[in-house]
Design a protein around this ligand. Structure first.
Ligand SMILES: [Zn+2]
Length: 226
């Protein structure tokens, strides 16, 4: 059952890391802007993939013309606001029919706003859609709060890959925090000539069997402070 004993804390830290990732992502969207020291490459193809995969049925219905088949096109992001741990992207997209002509009239124009949050990768996502001239605002995976400086959109749809990566990162961080004090304590005890496990004074002489006479744990080089 050794693997179980070692595996359980790992699962625990991973779960705690996932929780911390979500809390940080949600906490982040309420914080004010800070300058971002990097620029992100724009990937038009990924943007288009996201648009076509996430366009809500309701939005597609509102923009549809009866009896006609439509597809969608977009020039990619029209606006992007990148903050550390959060990214807000706006898209404009248009319907086009079988003749290939893009309908850029107000009725044929749709708008999407996507919010992603999390660090190092975004682990949650949500979006807001306006279709044609319809006044209906369609929200998916977004919880909206009114705060003093305006509207805060909190994305709640989990992005599995992002959450895995964030959970590993923050889980490792928590595990380090958990073992660090103990590791420092052992080093300090060893320097003071004490048993690293139970702090029993061993002194200059290394026990013959290499074990602490008090607790039986292995004792290596003992360096007394004098
Ligand atoms: Zn001991």
């Amino acid at each position: 059952m050794r693997w179980l004993k070692r595996g359980l804390p790992l699962v625990g830290f991973l779960a705690a890391g996932a929780m911390l990732s979500l809390v940080l992502a949600w906490f982040r969207v309420f914080l004010p802007d800070v300058a971002v020291p990097f620029s992100k490459r724009i990937d038009l193809r990924a943007d288009l993939r996201w648009l076509s995969a996430n366009l809500p049925d309701d939005a597609a219905r509102l923009m549809a013309v009866e009896g006609l088949e439509f597809s969608w096109r977009s020039d990619g992001r029209s606006f992007v606001d990148t903050r550390i741990g959060e990214e807000t992207t706006r898209y404009v997209f248009w319907r086009y029919g079988a003749d290939g002509r893009v309908d850029r009239s107000p009725e044929g124009t749709g708008r999407a706003l996507r919010v992603r949050a999390g660090w190092p990768l975004s682990c949650v996502e949500g979006s807001e859609w306006v279709a044609g001239t319809s006044p209906t605002l369609i929200r998916t995976g977004l919880v909206v709060f009114d705060v003093r400086r305006g509207v805060v959109r909190v994305p709640v749809t989990i992005r599995p890959l992002g959450l895995w990566v964030d959970a590993l990162f923050w889980g490792a961080f928590l595990a380090l925090l958990a073992v660090l004090p103990r590791a420092v304590e052992r080093v300090l005890r060893r320097r003071q000539g004490l048993c690293p496990s139970c702090a029993y004074p061993i002194g200059a002489a290394l026990p013959l069997d290499g074990r602490c006479s008090e607790c039986g744990s292995a004792v290596q080089r003992v360096r007394p402070s004098q």
